[in-house]
Design a protein. Structure first.
Length: 118
């Protein structure tokens, strides 16, 4: 199958590659001085659950065979007081994470695929 005919899920390397991206992204977000507050009072189990939801979300949005069972993004993040600055910092971390992924040749298109369908 040519690269053009592959889903984003396949081009990114499938479940394991997307799980690695999610792991890296969550670690970056937790360590960020501006965004770390969103995880400051979360237990280990809650963070594991959020990682799994992120993996499922990314896999489904990328055209993979995974069903995302979480809430819609607007509902899930309502009341968290996420500012425009927070969003921009998040996008910077997400782009850096996708750039680090050796499978992701076009992180900007991957990012737009995830955010435009969220």
């Amino acid at each position: 199958m040519s690269e053009q005919n592959k889903t984003l899920y396949e081009r990114l390397g499938g479940y394991d590659a997307i799980a690695a991206v999610a792991q890296d992204l969550v670690a970056r977000l937790n360590k960020d001085p501006q965004l770390g507050r969103f995880w400051a009072h979360r237990g280990e189990d809650g963070i594991k659950r959020e990682k799994q939801l992120l993996i499922d979300f990314l896999c489904e949005r990328a055209g993979g065979p995974i069903y995302y069972r979480g809430r819609e993004m607007l509902l899930a993040h309502r009341g968290m007081r996420i500012s425009e600055s927070d969003w921009n910092v998040f996008l910077g971390h997400a782009a850096a994470t996708f750039w680090r992924s050796s499978r992701c040749r076009s992180p900007n298109s991957a990012m737009s695929s995830f955010s435009s369908r969220a």
